[in-house]
Design a protein around this ligand. Structure first.
Ligand SMILES: [Zn+2]
Length: 68
């Protein structure tokens, strides 16, 4: 008899959820396009709110406090 070892693979999380925000049952797009390569940028919240492009690593800092 042989027992198969099942390796647990770490799933790559789909980061698309970071692009959307559900507010009052509505899906709101929060996407910002990279001015360099026009791909969608990820939003990082915190003290230094910023947009970061996953392709070319372009980073744009949010000077206003629009992101909450
Ligand atoms: Zn880019």
């Amino acid at each position: 008899m042989t027992t198969k070892k099942v390796k647990k693979k770490k799933r790559k999380e789909n980061k698309s959820y970071t692009y959307y925000q559900i507010k009052e049952g509505k899906l709101i797009r929060r996407l910002k396009k990279c001015p360099r390569c026009t791909s969608f940028m990820a939003i990082h919240k915190g003290e230094n709110a910023r947009y970061t492009c996953g392709k070319c690593a372009y980073t744009e800092y949010q000077t206003t406090s629009e992101i909450k």
